[in-house]
Design a protein around this ligand. Structure first.
Ligand SMILES: *[C@@H]1O[C@H](CO)[C@@H](O)[C@H](O)[C@H]1NC(C)=O
Ligand SMILES: *[C@@H]1O[C@H](CO)[C@@H](O)[C@H](O)[C@H]1NC(C)=O
Length: 277
């Protein structure tokens, strides 16, 4: 375990996170081992001699498929983000890049968790340039936005600074709702919301935008949820309580128990996949 941590540490570069007080923070990578959960996969198969030949062939195909897929290590990722945090977008993209390049070695199961950078952010949208300009000072914000722009361009995307920012509760309500309908759907929804806000300049509190993103991701019941101001709120706070209380900034990833903090480059995620048990 100590060696594994060392491997990850020795390759850590800088970490980039959004925090309560400052949106940009560079620090050494945090990589603590948490409790190890090992779930042995047991496959029991009974081949009935009474099966017809085509049935036997399909059973054998299934066995071959299972042998192939169970040979892969299962990587479980718990990812805590806030939807208005551009570092979270970068972390998400870097992780996705690492996942894309190692799908032949691993199976992935990602769960997205909520976090509030500013729980009392205004319900009415404020232009990003104004909001962050006031919060960090015009000159510093200009630098931060330029740096963000560079990083986004490494993924062929433009970072938007002209859209509206604001309260993220509704986006988290819908992301938690998606989590109850399947990992793939939740993942697709997170991607759609993050791109809408960070790249397309859409307002994070725009319920119509959120409902359309949900529809695109195949998530049902979003419009109905927003008809009741209380629905899905408790679930968000329970999720934060369970997964994000000890976190000081986002994005934060727990990969089979290994913590990766900040928008680390894809290589760091790959190393965590290798080290993860
Ligand atoms: C990962 O692969 C998917 C599917 O091919 C693609 O749409 C996506 O852009 C890739 N992501 C990155 C960060 O390369
Ligand atoms: C958070 O820290 C407290 C105190 O150290 C600990 O009891 C709790 O289990 C931690 N929660 C998580 C989710 O790690």
């Amino acid at each position: 375990m100590a060696i594994r941590e060392k491997i990850l540490r020795s390759h850590s570069t800088t970490r980039f996170t959004c925090r309560f007080s400052t949106a940009e923070e560079e620090r050494g990578m945090n990589c603590n081992k948490r409790n190890k959960v090992s779930l042995p996969l047991v496959l029991v198969l009974v081949l009935d001699i009474a099966l017809s030949l085509p049935a036997k062939i399909s059973v054998l195909r299934y066995v071959a498929f299972m042998a192939q897929s169970s040979g892969k290590k299962l990587i479980k990722i718990d990812a805590s983000i806030d939807t208005v945090c551009p570092w979270c977008f970068m972390g998400h993209k870097n992780m996705e890049k690492a996942i894309n390049s190692s799908r032949d070695q691993y199976d992935f199961e990602i769960r997205w968790h909520s976090f509030f950078l500013n729980p009392s952010a205004p319900k009415v949208g404020v232009v990003k340039n104004e909001y962050y300009g006031n919060r960090f000072g015009r000159a510093q914000w200009k630098q931060m936005a330029a740096r963000m722009g560079q990083l986004f361009r490494t993924h062929g995307l433009e970072y938007d600074t002209e859209g509206l920012t604001g309260n993220t509760l509704d986006s988290h309500r819908i992301i938690q709702l998606a989590g109850t309908q399947g990992r793939d759907k939740q993942n697709a929804l997170v991607e759609e919301i993050l791109v809408n806000y960070n790249v397309r300049g859409k307002y994070i509190g725009d319920r119509q935008m959120l409902i359309e993103a949900a529809e695109k991701a195949g998530v049902v019941g979003a419009a109905e949820m927003f008809e009741d101001e209380n629905r899905g709120v408790k679930e968000v706070y329970e999720d934060i309580q369970k997964y994000s209380t000890n976190i000081s900034g986002v994005p934060h990833f727990v990969i089979n128990g290994i913590e990766v903090h900040g928008a680390q480059p894809p290589e760091v995620f790959l190393r965590a996949f290798q080290a993860a048990r």
